[in-house]
Write a protein that binds this ligand. Structure first.
Ligand code: NAP
Length: 338
């Protein structure tokens, strides 16, 4: 079978540029013992895709190098299997290459059943690393309790919007931080948050002080930088900060532009806990978080938005959306239809 793939041509340092990837047409590989050949339907484009393209050891989930096929979370169908755990026709999601046909390792994929009440895109936008990060960050890292005041940054994005909705579904007071009046309206009108702060036009620290007079109990951080600093000066005693991402620091033209938090001593004064996490840390407990997501989804308490770009060839260019905040929902590329 003919295959098309995006190959890493050079590390992407400084501001992201799509020409760090090159398009290659080549024959599709055949699975070796234990491997599975998957036909790709959807590929998730994530802020972390940008980080992986730096080819820094610390940000890599799997070893990537010049000449590797770029990888990401994806949804597809097994077309050939030499694994006892998968058969042709199985629907799968997990991690494999940015290519039409990809060899997947069984330890990085999972089977799922098609369900008429769950659109295919939701297997990237909710029932995926995105929803799992929202649930883990809120309940496991943030240890959210019933009376906690919760603040979420990147709140109109894929992960933030789910974390914010999960907290609302549990009855908590939730404040979202997002860029621009349209995204702030979305937070209130579509996701039902109690308040929204537009970090592009408002003084975030002053707005948090006004909206959270008794302090913030849980902060779900997607962005780091100046917004994290504003939260540090508005924490309640014993605040928990779940560091899910640091969007504001991923695509700097130079490391000299990195933001240094001046309010960090408040972690001591307010006896706060700040903890980073990645979803694979919880791989043995994923069904626990999936059950939470499924329950709230089936009760209509969490909504998802998918921003679907058509065509594998568009992937490197489309990745710019997540860095500019111009995606309207979980960003993904449609490679093929079922
Ligand atoms: P997304 O849908 O693209 O949302 C990211 C949001 O960040 C955008 O809506 C954008 O909205 C905001 N943003 C971008 N640059 C910003 C800046 N300089 N300052 C403030 N906000 C900025 O992406 P996502 O998939 O939800 O990912 C969000 C974060 O979660 C990322 O940092 C990602 O790495 C992380 N993540 C972590 C895990 C994990 O396992 N820890 C799993 C999934 C995702 P505005 O227009 O409002 O700026």
């Amino acid at each position: 079978m003919e295959n098309d793939a995006w190959i890493i041509d050079r590390p992407s340092l400084g501001e992201y540029s799509p020409d760090c990837l090159r398009w290659e047409r080549r024959a599709s590989a055949r699975p070796k013992e234990g491997e599975v050949l998957v036909k790709t339907l959807l590929i998730s484009l994530d802020p972390t895709s940008r980080n992986w393209l730096k080819l820094e050891k610390s940000s890599a989930y799997l070893p990537l190098a010049i000449g590797s096929v770029m990888i990401g979370q994806a949804v597809g169908i097994v077309v050939e299997s030499r694994s006892a755990h998968f058969t042709p026709g199985d629907m799968v999601k997990g991690m494999w290459g940015w290519e039409r046909y990809s060899l997947a390792q069984p330890m990085f994929i999972e089977r799922f059943e098609l369900n008429p009440t769950i659109p295919l895109e939701a297997h990237l936008s909710i029932f995926s690393h995105v929803g799992r990060a929202a649930a883990i960050g809120l309940f496991e890292i943030g240890q959210m309790g019933p009376d906690d005041v919760v603040v979420v940054s990147g709140a109109a994005g894929a992960t933030g919007s789910l974390a914010a909705q999960l907290a609302k579904a549990r009855g908590n007071r939730v404040i979202g931080v997002a860029g621009g009046p349209e995204k702030c309206r979305l937070l209130i009108n579509e996701f039902g948050l109690d308040a929204a702060i537009d970090y592009k036009t408002e003084d975030v620290a002053a707005a948090l002080a006004r909206l959270c007079p008794d302090g913030i109990n849980v902060y779900f951080d997607n962005v780091g930088g100046a917004i994290l600093d504003a939260v540090l000066s508005n924490m309640a005693i014993g605040c928990r900060i779940a560091v899910c991402g640091a969007m504001s620091q991923y695509d700097l033209a130079s490391s000299n532009n990195a933001y240094g938090c001046v309010n960090f001593p408040q972690v001591l004064f307010r006896r706060a806990t700040i903890r980073g996490f990645v979803v694979p840390d919880f791989s043995s407990r994923l069904t626990e978080f999936d059950d939470i997501l499924e329950r709230h989804y089936q009760h209509g308490q969490i909504r998802h938005r998918a921003h679907v770009v058509d065509g594998l060839e568009m992937a490197p260019e489309a990745l710019r959306h997540v860095l500019r905040g111009s995606n309207d929902g979980k960003l993904m590329v449609r490679v093929a239809s079922i």
